[in-house]
Design a protein around this ligand. Sequence first.
Ligand code: ZN
Ligand code: ZN
Length: 363
Amino acid sequence: MQIMRFQLPYHKLNHIFISHLHGDHYLGLTGLLFSMHLQQRANDLHLYSQRGLDEILLLQLKYSQSVLHFKIIFHLIEPDQRKLIFEDSTVTVETIPLIHKVSCTGFLFREKAKPRRIDKGRLQEGMLLQHIALLKTGVDIMSPSGNLLYKNTDFTLPPKHSYSYAYCSDTAYSEKIIDQIRGVDLLYHEATFLEDEKDKALKTMHSTAAQAAAIAKAARVKQLLIGHFSARYHELEPALSEAQSIFPNTVLAIEGKILELEIRAVDADDAVRLANDTRFGLGSNVWTSDLDRGQEIAVRLDAGHTAVNGMTASDPRLPFGGVKDSGYGRELSSHGIHEFVNVHTVVIEAPTGPSGNRQTTIE
Ligand SMILES: [Zn+2]
Ligand SMILES: [Zn+2]
């Protein structure tokens, strides 16, 4: 239901990972499968789950006398084992053994290392396509006689960051997962209870917001997303502040909310490229302890306004306005005044003689 509500392209789903067989984690699956069926899905669908989900689905299909248009390929997850369960050219998925009332696994998604990027501005005329393709793999190009033709770093930029995401729900507090999820870009960790209900968390094999944050801190993850809150809590702010007091970079998992992953630049050139890789250009900021370097970077940013060690703010003495899709023209300062005056050119032709011409420009 939520997938439809938020208009996610569910026909693109080819792999579904189910952590365990408590109803709140798989009961929506049958509805999704039938929606895919009604949408004439033909592609295979891969389901990764603990033992039992295949039986449950077969029973539902049997008693509804339904035959799906597409094939479901069922992959059994071995409980209590950290295992690679999926891999293609761009991503790997590993199971993370968790501690819960029934056998349960989290999932660790990792993008594989990306190729170096060709710096198009530095390519030379007459370079062979096969050499450019090889440069992407990170090697230097040698001539048949063994001389260096193209040094890789002269023609390529560092690869883009490879992201990692760990999903850990449902689970009691477990330090065993720390090693496996160390340094991930984003950790989703359940936070069913607040710390004052720690005993209840232990009994039901769930975690508190503070425990989720302690795991995030110990594993030095970049960002923590907490969710799976008990229905008893009508306000989620207490869970957020409890977690943030231990791990500040925590956000709440609210359904339908889009979370932006932090993008990490590998160096200043890459940061400028990332900053300019947008269709907008109103304001930008550079934060640095080296003011000369800050100024050098600031002028390379495509924006109407750049502040070094400050936030974007307009000042009547300075022109303000954007570039690209952030608009055109300027307001404030003498540049702003020019936007509101017309230039009226008057050319007066004298009837005779070159000395008689007069030209006047009035603003
Ligand atoms: Zn559960
Ligand atoms: Zn649950």
